[in-house]
Design a protein around this ligand. Structure first.
Ligand code: ADP
Ligand code: MG
Length: 351
């Protein structure tokens, strides 16, 4: 059962490094990662992340900010036109220099991805049980088809579907049930890290909440790490421990999830949190407010701070001076010049 997977005792084939001391290094550490498509489109620029076992990191940002590129980069699943630099350390092992065979072993077993929109891409002509069994057979040479099918049934139960649904074809399932199948597939090889790219975006609100609770439960039960990607900061604040907010390929704000949601230090973080108020939260009674414009095309980034053309509190200097992440109080960091100013506040624009 996947429930036996722990930080200190992962199954042998699932662990990138069995000899490492407990708790050190982190499950995932990303340092200064850049991804450039076709030599001219810098979709991810100098991103750093850290996820410990049992920790849930949310990555927020509007469409086009580089979230999916980052997720795919973590397992080198990008097209060959994408050039990567930096470090991606999974249990201390460098994914970018990993040999092909090792990379195949690490995918699914070390870390697995629930791809954005994946529930629409289940194979229409295969029963879902067989589709869940496939990675198990691929990754475990000793697994028999019968054992893999049994395991697929267990996984379906784990994600709240009756074992009998293994016989169903994708079109016989609802959107929420298909997403549960995708999560079961992601769990199939007992990964230590699960990356879920917009796992609830296509679902209605009730089903969205069920899937989020399911993901939370699975992470808690199995002590895996989670990276959850969404444009909805409220969803991430409810589900995750920490948040990284991405804009134009960079992390512009990071910190404890609830703090970032409640009082972001970067104007972009504030705009995102105002756009997605939490239902029933008296602290967010402000009317949701859209941020005019769109994130920039990475092939034509504005100079200075890339957010300055949309920023309600930009200074003249923001058009020419880029900002690095800096300490922003507590455990937060933000890439905004106003973080250093005593009255770093754009309340005139958000209240
Ligand atoms: P997000 O997931 O935040 O919406 P993406 O990572 O999908 O962002 O995209 C980031 C940027 O990279 C976008 O400008 C997108 O057009 C560009 N991009 C994504 N995939 C490719 C690709 N295969 N080739 C060239 N550009 C791409
Ligand atoms: Mg995406």
């Amino acid at each position: 059962m996947t429930a036996t997977t722990t930080t200190t005792g992962p199954e042998p084939s699932a662990s990138p490094d069995l000899s490492k001391p407990v708790g050190d290094p982190p499950l995932l550490e990303v340092r200064n990662l850049t991804v450039t498509y076709g030599g001219t489109v810098p979709a991810v620029r100098g991103v750093g992340l850290r996820v410990e076992a049992g920790q849930k990191l949310g990555i927020a940002g509007e469409s086009g900010c580089g979230k999916s590129t980052l997720a795919l980069a973590l397992l080198r699943l990008l097209p060959t036109t994408a050039k990567l630099t930096g470090d991606i350390l999974l249990d201390g092992e460098d994914v970018l220099t990993m040999k092909w065979g090792r990379l195949r072993a690490v995918r699914w077993a070390g870390a697995s991805i629930v791809f954005q929109g994946a529930m629409h891409s289940l194979n229409a002509v295969h029963r879902v049980g067989d589709q869940i069994a496939e990675p198990i057979l691929l990754h475990n040479a000793k697994a028999t088809p019968a054992a893999a099918r049994r395991r697929a049934g267990e996984l379906l139960e784990q994600v709240g579907l009756p074992v009998a649904r293994a016989q169903a074809y994708p079109h016989e399932l609802s959107g929420g049930q298909r997403q549960r199948v995708m999560i079961a597939m992601a769990l199939a090889c007992d990964p230590r890290l699960i990356i879920a790219d917009e796992p609830t975006t296509a679902l209605d609100v009730m089903i969205q909440a069920q899937i989020l609770r399911l993901i939370e439960q699975l992470v808690a039960d199995q002590d895996v790490g989670l990276i959850m990607i969404s444009h909805d900061l409220a969803v991430l604040a409810d589900t995750c421990d920490r948040l990284s907010v991405m804009y134009a390929g960079r992390v512009v704000e990071e910190g404890p999830a609830r703090q970032v949601y409640a009082e972001a230090r970067h104007p972009y973080g504030r705009a995102l949190s105002a756009a997605f108020p939490r239902i029933g939260d008296p602290a967010s009674r402000r009317a949701p407010r859209g941020l005019p414009g769109d994130p920039p095309d990475p092939a034509a980034l504005p100079g200075g701070c890339t957010f300055h053309p949309r920023c309600p509190v930009a200074l003249d200097s923001c058009a020419t001076e880029d900002q690095e992440l800096r300490e922003a109080g507590g455990e937060r960091r933000a890439a905004c010049v106003l973080v250093d100013a005593p009255a770093a506040d754009d309340s005139r624009s958000t209240s």
